[in-house]
Design a protein around this ligand. Structure first.
Ligand SMILES: *Cc1c(COP(=O)(O)O)cnc(C)c1O
Length: 380
């Protein structure tokens, strides 16, 4: 595809469009139907029922695949978690899954549930400890990696971990939600499956839930397509359209939010109320060297720890006026959340940690808001 060679900022605008035909629409339509007109002897490519296929998914699926550097179309789902669940369903019953204990809380929560149900044995790891993690790959069917991690913003040594997992015979999944294909393409490093919560940066406007995965092997893709049709975890046609609409501006949104995140992270380091800033773009961050080597940008997520503990963190979040106190991330609007307010959050996440999703507002308005809220967080 010629778009493939273009800069990502051009690709996100150009991919997934109908052929340029005079008098025809610029954008792909939304197909609202549950079924297709049938025939006595359908051809294999004929559409039959809209749980099996919908033309509304395809422009998005082609675009995400091309951005991830794959010729195989992506697979869209009802949510990021439907995508995660589909990936776990590839583990044979009685098999072994290696999953970082500080993965996104839904991912580790589902893995623990599947282990409790007796579907597979779960090995929880700290993937920043390379040696210990690689030792768990022996006999594993699936290795789950997420980088940078949500919300600790650890950067994993993906080339080393993927190579070790592959040579142990495991199927490797990388959750690329935080980086997006514009900053990191795990298939190029040998991953078998990339998963996204497109709800976040890809759709980008906090108005849609959608997940999407890209498989390296056509046989894996076929299995996932078959499972999606039977499990019914499909994306809605309007949601797929909204996600593609959001993708059009991903490059400019990300550039802007990332520039602000870098600036704010550096300024936050100088505040006495903040005991630690986690941002891979900071030269002192433990993940900085890996981030420089692996990522095309440090992203728009910043996590801070408040010196005053959980109470100060809550006061800080409540005092914010431009940032909205809310879970989720990757939208045009800045959000802040003390993650441990949720009982489902892994214990590896400090009580005083506030995750900031930097949006596209003016950086000085964001800084003024953070400064005022930090000052307020010290009060009674
Ligand atoms: C939000 C998120 C998910 C789950 O996606 P949903 O669209 O909310 O179902 C998975 N992984 C990561 C890293 C996320 O941030």
């Amino acid at each position: 595809m010629s778009d493939h060679a273009a800069h990502p900022a051009t690709s996100v605008v150009a991919l997934g469009r109908p052929p340029k035909t005079p008098g025809e629409a610029l954008n792909a339509p939304i197909t609202l139907t549950s079924t297709y007109v049938g025939s006595r002897s359908p051809e294999p490519e004929d559409r039959v029922y809209a749980r099996f296929s919908n033309p509304s998914w395809e422009p998005l699926e082609e675009a995400i695949a091309a951005l991830e550097g794959s010729d195989l179309a992506a697979i869209s789902y009802a949510s990021g978690m439907a995508t995660v669940a589909a990936a776990f369903s590839l583990v044979p019953v009685g098999g072994v899954a290696v999953v970082p204990g500080a993965s996104y809380n839904g991912t580790i929560g589902l893995a623990r549930e599947l282990q409790a149900d007796g579907l597979f044995a779960l090995r929880e790891v700290d993937p920043t400890n390379l040696e210990e993690t690689i030792a768990t790959f022996e006999g594993a069917d699936l290795v789950w990696l997420e980088s940078p991690t949500n919300p600790l913003l650890d950067v994993l040594d993906l080339p080393t971990l993927i190579t070790a997992a592959k040579s142990a015979g495991a199927f490797v999944v990388v959750d690329n939600t935080f980086s997006t294909p514009l900053r990191q393409r795990p298939l190029e490093l040998g991953a078998d499956l990339v998963v996204h919560s497109a709800t976040k940066f890809i759709a980008g406007h906090s108005d849609v839930l959608l997940g999407i995965s890209v498989a390296a092997d056509p046989k894996v893709r076929d299995r996932l397509l078959g499972k999606r049709a039977l499990q019914g975890s499909i994306a809605g046609p309007f949601e797929a359209w909204l996600t593609l609409r959001g993708l059009r501006t991903l490059a400019v949104r990300l550039d802007r939010a990332e520039a602000s995140a870098g600036e704010l992270a550096a300024r936050l380091e100088s505040r006495p109320e903040v005991s630690r800033v986690r941002y891979p773009g900071l030269p002192g961050d433990p993940g900085h060297q890996l981030a420089v080597a692996q990522l095309d940008g440090f992203g728009a997520m910043v996590s801070i720890e408040l010196a005053g503990g959980a109470e100060a963190a809550e006061r800080f979040v409540e005092a914010l006026r431009v940032f909205t106190p809310a879970t989720s991330l990757g939208g045009v609007e800045s959000l802040a959340e003390r993650r441990r307010r949720l009982p489902s959050e892994p214990k590896a996440v400090p009580e005083s940690l506030v995750r900031l999703s930097i949006g596209i507002e003016h950086v000085e308005d964001l800084w003024a808001d953070l400064e005022a809220a930090l000052t307020a967080s010290g009060g009674a």
